[in-house]
Design a protein around this ligand. Structure first.
Ligand SMILES: CC(C)(COP(=O)(O)OP(=O)(O)OC[C@H]1O[C@@H](n2cnc3c(N)ncnc32)[C@H](O)[C@@H]1OP(=O)(O)O)[C@@H](O)C(=O)NCCC(=O)NCCS
Length: 177
């Protein structure tokens, strides 16, 4: 269940304070080795451009949700985007889901995920894919428990640095059922 102290909403405009807060969250996560697609923490401009591209895409093509604390500061976010290739546009990819380290384990990740599944279904997406690093057992358990199934795994595919290799795991949720 979501922590009563947090609320989840669609991001419909990009606000400077949100960009600052989200950049700080991502900075801590990436420096702590969170596997969310960055080796170096993104700067504010990159976060601004990312959020803007998602908001501008519109609810048929992308969905970006944020979790806020009672002071309305962002404490987590997640988004999916439709595949760009015309033959794949019936499907979407859940590209990122992240919760501020200090809010871990309060149910915020699950609430964001459930809402993202709901917005993907409402947009008519047929299948929702996700991929993540093989050592991310927390994310793996979360996705499995919400109905995602594994359809593939590339051994030693992810190379966060010269010495380490991790599997890349692929899961999908069929929204037509
Ligand atoms: C993965 C992440 C989004 C989960 O968010 P969260 O708010 O901490 O998760 P929740 O509190 O909603 O817990 C959801 C489920 O995760 C799993 N989980 C949580 N902590 C776990 C742990 N220490 N070990 C294993 N599974 C765990 C459980 O299945 C849990 O469900 P349960 O509480 O009913 O048992 C968050 O940890 C995060 O931002 N991690 C860094 C970024 C990342 O890896 N994102 C996913 C890849 S894109």
């Amino acid at each position: 269940m979501t922590d009563a102290a947090s609320t989840i909403e669609d991001l419909t405009r990009v606000d400077a304070a949100d960009v600052v807060a989200l950049t700080a969250i991502l900075d801590t996560l990436v420096r702590g080795d969170a596997a969310i697609g960055w080796t170096d923490p993104p700067v504010e401009q990159e976060v601004h451009e990312l959020l803007t591209s998602l908001v501008v895409a519109g609810p048929e093509n992308a969905s970006v949700l944020v979790a806020r604390d009672p002071a309305l500061r962002i404490v987590g976010f997640g988004y999916w985007r439709r595949y760009a290739r015309p033959t794949l546009r019936n499907n979407a990819d859940l590209e990122r889901l992240a919760v501020a380290t200090e809010f871990d384990g309060h149910g915020i990740g699950r609430s964001l995920l459930r809402r993202l599944i709901g917005t993907a279904r409402a947009a008519g997406c047929e299948q929702l894919t996700i991929d993540f690093r093989g050592d991310n057992h927390r994310a793996e358990q979360l996705y499995l428990s919400e109905g995602f199934t594994e359809y593939g795994r590339l051994p030693d595919f992810v190379a966060p640095d010269a010495d380490r290799r991790f599997d890349k795991v692929f899961q999908v949720l069929d929204l037509r059922r």
